[in-house]
Write a protein that binds this ligand. Structure first.
Ligand SMILES: [Ca+2]
Ligand SMILES: [Ca+2]
Ligand SMILES: [Ca+2]
Length: 248
């Protein structure tokens, strides 16, 4: 009997621990960059660029895209082991036209290392460099897609509105196209008022008793009309007879 209570106590301890330490939003080994709703994972095995991208696809992801400075800053702050890492940028389709693996073209933001991108010359032979990696300073360098094996960084879609309401104080909406970001509504929906970026329940009962004949009961996002004992609500007012009823 004593051991039975010990086992119960052990399970309770585990439950308390799991409540206090919920799993990370993207699961273990992944970082969450909530700004773009993407999960990011540094992979420490070395592969060619093509094999690395294929490996990210197995996790329903792709090689990392860095569309802006904020994403670049997130990497420099959070990737502790400086190394060469493949990222999802390539001009393999058209020389000089660098494209991210999500199909977008490299925009004005870039972080090329000095003298990059370039064409490497070895013994008067031009060596094609079409795939991009981060260097030890997190700057970008194009290199041989298949001739080099490097570590790499994968990204996949994050939990969106399912984690912390997507960081929204108002209603959170996930985009349905290829974009992974979430958007926060500029209004709060019926029954709520927006104040200082937060949604507050409107207490309808403070205005004309919520239009109720007898009793008004406020609730989150709504309110109820009720009748005193012995009265019945007929849709507009309380009539004497029968029991208390509730409408929403
Ligand atoms: Ca090239
Ligand atoms: Ca280069
Ligand atoms: Ca209300």
């Amino acid at each position: 009997m004593k051991s039975f209570f010990l086992i119960i106590a052990l399970f309770e301890t585990i439950a308390v621990f799991l409540n206090a330490h919920p799993p990370p939003p993207c699961g273990y080994d992944w970082m969450y960059y909530q700004e773009s709703n993407k999960c990011i994972r540094v992979m420490h095995s070395t592969k060619t660029w093509l094999d690395a991208n294929a490996d990210c696809h197995r996790d329903h992801g792709r090689l990392l895209t860095i569309p802006d400075e904020k994403t670049q800053d997130f990497l420099t702050e959070n990737i502790l082991v400086k190394d060469h890492y493949w990222i999802g940028l390539t001009d393999i389709m058209e020389e000089g036209a660098f494209t991210w693996v999500d199909g977008t073209h490299m925009n004005t933001f870039n972080r090329w290392a000095q003298g990059e991108p370039n064409i490497f010359v070895n013994n008067r032979q031009f060596v094609d460099e079409d795939c991009v990696h981060l260097d030890h300073n997190f700057n970008w360098n194009d290199n041989s897609c298949c001739g080099r094996h490097k570590k790499y960084i994968c990204e996949k879609r994050g939990p969106g509105c399912n984690h912390d309401n997507g960081g929204c104080q108002t209603k959170c909406t996930e985009s349905t196209d290829g974009d992974w970001t979430v958007s926060c509504s500029h209004s709060c929906g019926e029954g709520f008022a927006l104040e200082d970026g937060k949604c507050y329940d409107i207490d309808e009962c403070t205005n004309n008793n919520g239009g109720c004949d007898q009793i008004c009961v406020n609730s989150r996002g709504s309110w109820d009309c009720r009748c005193n004992p012995g009265y019945t609500y007929n849709g507009t007012r309380c009539n004497f007879g029968e029991d208390d009823e509730i409408i929403g």
